[in-house]
Design a protein around this ligand. Sequence first.
Ligand SMILES: [Zn+2]
Length: 130
Amino acid sequence: MTAVAFLRPEFVESFPPEMTHGVLYVSIPYATCGHLCACGCGQEIVTPLSPAQWALTYDGQNVSLRPSIGNWGLPCYSHYWIKEGAVRWSRRYTADEIADNRARDRRDLREHLDQDRPGPISKMIRRLWP
Ligand SMILES: [Zn+2]
């Protein structure tokens, strides 16, 4: 498989057993999105939607996900944004940046799960405009 420049949204209840490359599956009931890594490596990328994880925007045709998709757990180390369906490649992070990001993600998720309500406004703004 080769890299895709575009991800077409498909609204589903649950993900298919085999995802199609180039499709971004959106499950509102499970508040989760899934797609095959845009680089073409074939890995399934699952992005849970929550105030501490990813946020989805649907403009009626295409979807955007924020923040970026950083696949540091995968051999390909892909890092890209999905903006109005378009895959915008970002630079690879350094090992230090990856460690920082992982720590921040864990902290944000813990805070979110702890309090079950929106975090401080500054945190929300950082999430919306990273
Ligand atoms: Zn990949």
